[in-house]
Write a protein that binds this ligand. Structure first.
Ligand code: ATP
Ligand code: MG
Length: 561
C-alpha cells in the first residue's frame, strides 16, 4: 500500500502534494489555470483511498459538466483501478437525480418518475399559461419533474428531514467539488446540507476563471469558503505547467485589474529562453483577420512539419504541429463564419465545438420518446438508437413540427449519429441514457484526435489546452461585449476580463491575438478599437504582425460603439 501511495504523490509537485495529502476537514484549493487542478483532485482521492483507508464508496466527486465528470472518472480509473467504480462521480444534476430516485416516495413522486423533455415542458407551459403552480401540477400528473427540480426537490427533502441528512453525511464522508467558483445558490445549499461545516469538503477552483454569473453562478461562495466552513485549510497552486513564460506573463498582467485572488501569482514551470512572444495582429477588416489566421496556420503546420522531419524540435520542445494542435477562440458564435470560410477556402479541416445540449438538437427528442415507448426491446443502446431512428425517420418522411422545432428527415439521421457516442457509454441502461440526455449531456462534436483546427467560443474553451491558440476579435465591444448605446456594469466588465484571461491561458506554445478595425455588428458595419484589455499588457510581450496602424476606411459613414 505504502508504495502505491508514495508513487502517486511522486507525480505531483511540492504544493500539489501538500494539497493532495492534506488531512481531513474543509480544504480550499485556490489554483490558477494550468496548475494541475484535475491532477491534484484525482490524486487526492487516490491517496486517501490508498493511504488513509478511506473507502472509495465514501467519496463523492462533483463537477459541472458531464464531460468533466467523464474525464475525472477516466483518470480515477487509471490511478485506482477497478475500485474507482465505487467513487460516486457526477454533475450536480446527476447527484440530485440519484437522491430523488432514492427518495421518490418521500418527495411525493412515483418510483418511475421521468425528467420532462422540451416537448413536455412546452406543452405544460402552453396549457398552464403564467400559472407557475399549475405548470408543476401538470408535469406531476404525468409523473414528470422539471430540470431545476433535480436540485430544488432534494434540497427541500433534506431541509425537512434531519435523519436523511445524517444518512447522506454518513455515506459520503469525503466530498470533492471541481470548479467551485461556478456554484450557484441551490448547488451551494445542497453542498451545505451534504457536508457539515467541519466536514471533509475539498473545493478546488480559480475565482479568476468565474465566467458563468449570467446563469446564476456566484463566485462569492468561493470567496467566503473559510467563513462557511470551520477551520478551513487553504492551499494555493501557483506553478503553471501549461504555458510558455511570455504567454503566462501576458495573462497575469491582463487579469491583474480584476483579479479576485490576493497577490495573484502564476510561476512558469516552462522557461524556454527561445519561447516566441505573443503575436498581435491589427487587421483592417474581418476578412483580413481571417486571412492572417489561415496564413499563419499554413506556415506553422506546413513549415513545422517540414522542419520536424529534420530535428523534431522547435523552441526547445519536440514538435510536429498538426491542425489538431490549433484552436481559434472567439467571444461570440457569429465570429466563426468568416474564419470557417477562409479555412475552408484554404482546404484546412475545421471542427467547430459548440456548447449545445444534445436534447436541443432536432430529432433527438423524437428518438428519445421512441426509445421510451419501444416495448420489449433489449440489448445494446447504440443498436436500439439506430432502430428507433429508423422508425422515427419513416414517420418524419416529410418535415414535421416536433417539441424541439421543425424536424426534417435528414435531422433524424444526424440525430442518431449524435446520440450514438452517449448510447455506447450507457451500455444497455436506458434509464441512465435518458437521464443523461435530460440533465444536459452535451453534443460531443469535438474529437480530440480529429486532424482539424478547433473553433470554439471562449466559454467552451474553459479547461482545455492547445499548443497554438488564436484569440480573434480582441476588440472593444466584443471584449468586453457591449450592446450599442449601453455601458456594461463594472462587474460585467470584470467577468469579461476573466473570460479574456481564460482565453489567453489556453495556449501552451504560441498565442496570437488579433483585432479588426471594422466589423459588422448589430446589423451595421462599425469602426472598432482594440480591446482595452490589451492596454494593460506590456507591449514588450508582443510581436506585432502586419501594418503598424490599421488602415482607416474613409469612404463610409461609420458609427462608433
Ligand atoms: P484550468 O484552470 O485551465 O482548467 P488546470 O489547473 O485544471 O487548468 P490541468 O489541465 O490539470 O490544469 O493541467 C495543465 C497541464 O499541466 C496539463 O497538461 C497537465 O498534464 C500538466 N501538469 C499538471 N501538473 C503537472 C506536474 N506536476 N508535472 C508536470 N505536468 C503537470
Ligand atoms: Mg481544469
Amino acid at each position: 500500500m505504502e508504495e502505491v501511495g508514495t508513487g502517486l504523490l511522486d507525480r505531483l509537485d511540492a504544493m500539489q502534494r501538500v494539497a493532495a495529502s492534506a488531512p481531513g476537514g474543509p480544504l480550499l484549493i485556490v489554483a490558477g489555470p494550468g496548475t494541475g487542478k484535475t491532477r491534484t483532485l484525482t490524486h487526492r482521492i487516490a491517496y486517501l483511498c490508498a493511504e488513509l483507508n478511506v473507502f472509495p464508496e465514501q467519496c463523492l466527486a462533483i463537477t459541472f459538466t458531464r464531460r468533466a465528470a467523464e474525464e475525472l472518472r477516466h483518470r480515477l480509473d487509471g490511478l485506482l483501478g477497478p475500485v474507482a467504480e465505487d467513487v460516486t462521480v457526477g454533475t450536480f444534476h446527476s447527484l440530485g437525480l440519484s437522491i430523488l430516485r432514492e427518495n421518490a416516495e418521500a418527495a411525493g413522486l412515483p418510483a418511475d418518475f421521468r425528467i420532462a423533455d422540451d416537448a413536455d415542458r412546452s406543452a405544460a407551459r402552453t396549457e398552464a399559461g403564467d400559472d407557475a403552480a399549475r405548470y408543476t401540477a401538470l408535469l406531476r400528473k404525468q409523473d414528470l419533474v422539471d430540470l431545476d427540480e433535480l436540485l430544488t426537490l432534494p434540497v427541500a427533502l433534506l431541509r425537512a428531514d434531519k435523519k436523511l441528512v445524517r444518512e447522506y453525511r454518513d455515506r459520503w464522508r469525503w466530498i470533492f467539488v471541481d470548479e467551485y467558483q461556478d456554484v450557484d445558490a441551490v448547488q451551494y445549499e445542497l453542498l451545505r446540507l451534504l457536508s457539515p461545516a467541519d466536514g471533509n469538503l475539498c473545493a478546488i477552483g480559480d475565482p479568476d476563471q468565474a465566467i458563468y454569473s449570467f446563469r446564476g453562478a456566484d463566485v462569492g461562495y468561493f470567496l467566503r469558503f473559510s467563513q462557511d466552513f470551520t477551520d478551513a485549510r487553504l492551499v494555493r497552486l501557483n506553478r503553471n505547467y501549461r504555458s510558455s513564460a511570455p504567454i503566462l506573463a501576458a495573462a497575469v498582467q491582463a487579469i491583474a485589474p480584476s483579479s479576485l485572488v490576493r497577490g495573484r501569482r502564476l510561476d512558469p514551470a516552462r522557461l524556454d529562453p527561445e519561447a516566441p512572444l505573443v503575436g498581435r495582429y491589427p487587421a483592417a477588416s474581418v476578412s483580413e483577420e481571417a486571412d492572417f489566421v489561415v496564413r499563419t496556420i499554413d506556415e506553422l503546420v506546413g513549415g513545422l512539419s517540414h522542419r520536424s522531419l529534420d530535428s523534431g524540435r522547435i523552441d526547445g520542445r519536440s514538435t510536429s504541429l498538426s491542425f489538431s494542435d490549433i484552436a481559434v477562440l472567439y467571444r461570440t458564435d457569429q465570429q466563426a463564419a468568416p474564419i470557417v470560410d477562409a479555412l475552408a477556402r484554404a482546404n484546412i479541416p475545421v471542427q467547430k465545438r459548440s456548447h449545445d445540449r444534445l436534447r436541443d438538437r432536432p430529432g433527438v427528442a423524437a428518438i428519445a420518446r421512441e426509445l421510451r415507448h419501444a416495448d420489449g426491446v433489449d440489448g445494446p443502446l447504440a443498436a436500439r438508437v439506430r432502430l428507433a431512428g429508423q422508425a422515427v425517420a419513416e414517420r418524419f418522411a416529410v418535415p414535421t413540427l416536433d417539441g424541439a422545432g421543425l424536424v426534417r428527415p435528414e435531422d433524424v439521421r444526424s440525430a442518431v449519429d449524435l446520440l450514438t457516442p452517449l448510447a455506447r457509454r450507457c451500455g444497455d441502461d436506458l434509464e441512465l441514457f435518458l437521464a443523461q440526455l435530460a440533465t444536459g449531456a452535451e453534443v460531443d462534436a469535438l474529437d480530440p484526435r480529429a486532424e482539424a483546427v478547433t473553433l470554439l467560443t471562449l466559454h467552451a474553451a474553459k479547461g482545455l489546452e492547445f499548443p497554438v491558440v488564436f484569440l480573434v476579435g480582441a476588440e472593444d465591444g466584443l471584449l468586453p461585449l457591449r450592446w450599442p448605446g449601453s455601458e456594461p456594469a463594472d462587474e460585467a466588465v470584470a467577468e469579461e476580463r476573466r473570460l479574456f484571461f481564460v482565453g489567453l491561458t489556453r495556449a501552451q506554445d504560441r498565442l496570437y491575438v488579433s483585432h479588426a478595425a471594422r466589423r459588422v455588428r448589430h446589423g451595421a458595419e462599425r469602426e472598432c478599437r482594440p480591446s482595452p484589455f490589451l492596454d494593460v499588457i506590456d507591449p514588450g510581450l508582443f510581436e506585432r504582425f502586419g501594418d503598424a496602424e490599421p488602415r482607416r476606411p474613409r469612404d463610409r459613414q461609420l458609427r462608433l460603439i
